[in-house]
Design a protein around this ligand. Structure first.
Ligand code: ADE
Ligand code: ZN
Length: 338
């Protein structure tokens, strides 16, 4: 490991864009398929990995939703999240905000309770075992209707104080943020924070809609905002956190080469970019791998890395005292290592 890689691993960081279903490694997929008596259309772990070649977001989503079919019980959701936290701890993650897609499970007859209780038990354990704090972001699937999103929000009601934010994910193009304006207003009225995938494949207009129609506190991805200088300035002036995912962008052909990745361009424009793994089991790496890959491809400095980590804390959906204490920890690390 290079000195810079060691610096990255030790750098205290928050992960703000992680779909917990996207952390399902093929090994666990096989183990859960066996535990639950489910047939999967692959003969081996190697065959599963070989299938992970995508030319766009939809290619990936088709495989990702199929893979999630092995998740049946609260023990499965617990084991999934426990495996993620173990990997995250090894990468210096001290706080993680987990997105989950309830509709992927409730639509195939799995109770919302099984999903969320499994995740919550792993989150409590992660704090005790690894010292990682965490929060939950309930995502609505945008290829489904707003009515279905309202039904999901109603299902979540008994756990609403255990959920920090709502998000919007799945197939972006053709499903603009405005389609979900009412349900996001209802979520906001319940005190939930708001985030949305926008500008991953969709145009800058979808980022404007996320800001104006959904009133987002963060933007997930946001890459295509850079096509519009006025939007870029507005995001910078707002101090809007962007949860950027380099290896995802490479695997889903949002960029052709990491050498063209816009992480440092975002920082230069004054955008609050953060680095995240999105769906690490599918895209070839966890958050540390994302930091290392983009650092090598773009020649990021230690100062850039500290800025990215700082943005991950200031953009976290945490109370100000917790943010301040994480930033202090980061500053101490930077002072000792820079
Ligand atoms: N669901 C899981 N990963 C996603 C991504 N990168 N974009 C949209 N929806 C997703
Ligand atoms: Zn995502």
């Amino acid at each position: 490991m290079t000195e810079l890689d060691q610096f990255i691993t030790g750098l205290p960081k928050a992960e703000l864009h992680l779909h917990i279903e996207g952390s399902l490694e093929p090994e666990l997929m096989f183990a859960l398929a066996e535990r639950n008596g489910i047939d999967i259309p692959y003969a081996s772990v190697e065959e599963v990995r070989a299938a992970y070649e995508f030319s766009n977001l939809q290619d990936f989503l088709d495989i990702y939703y199929a893979g999630a079919g092995v998740l049946q019980t609260r023990a499965d959701f617990h084991d999934l999240a426990a495996a993620y936290f173990k990997r995250a701890a090894a990468d210096g993650v001290v706080h993680a905000e987990l997105m989950f897609d309830p509709q992927t499970h409730t639509d195939r007859g799995i109770a919302f309770e099984e999903v969320i209780e499994g995740l919550l038990s792993a989150m409590a354990e992660a704090e005790a075992t690894h010292g990682i704090t965490s929060r939950l972001i309930l995502c609505f699937l945008r290829h489904l209707s707003e009515e279905a999103a309202f039904e999901t929000l109603a299902m979540a009601e008994p756990w609403i104080d255990r959920i920090t934010a709502v998000g919007l994910d799945s197939s972006e193009v053709g499903h603009p943020p405005v389609k979900f304006a009412q349900v996001f207003a209802a979520a906001r009225a319940k005190g939930l924070k708001i985030t949305a995938h926008a500008g991953e494949e969709g145009p800058p207009d979808y980022v404007y809609q996320a800001l104006d129609q959904l009133k987002t506190d963060r933007i997930d991805h946001g890459n295509r905002s850079l096509e519009d200088p006025e939007l870029t300035r507005r995001l910078a002036d707002l101090g809007m956190t962007l949860t950027v995912c380099p290896l995802s962008n490479l695997k889903l052909c949002v960029v052709d080469d990491l050498k063209d990745h816009p992480t440092d361009a975002m920082l230069t424009h004054g955008l609050k970019a953060t680095l995240n793994s999105d769906d690490p089991a599918y895209f070839g790496g966890y958050v540390g791998d994302n930091f290392k890959a983009v650092t090598e491809a773009r020649g990021l400095s230690k100062a850039d890395l500290v800025t990215l980590a700082r943005n991950s804390f200031t953009g976290a959906f945490l109370p100000p005292d917790m943010i301040a204490s994480y930033v202090e920890r980061l500053d101490a690390y930077a002072a000792a290592h820079c």
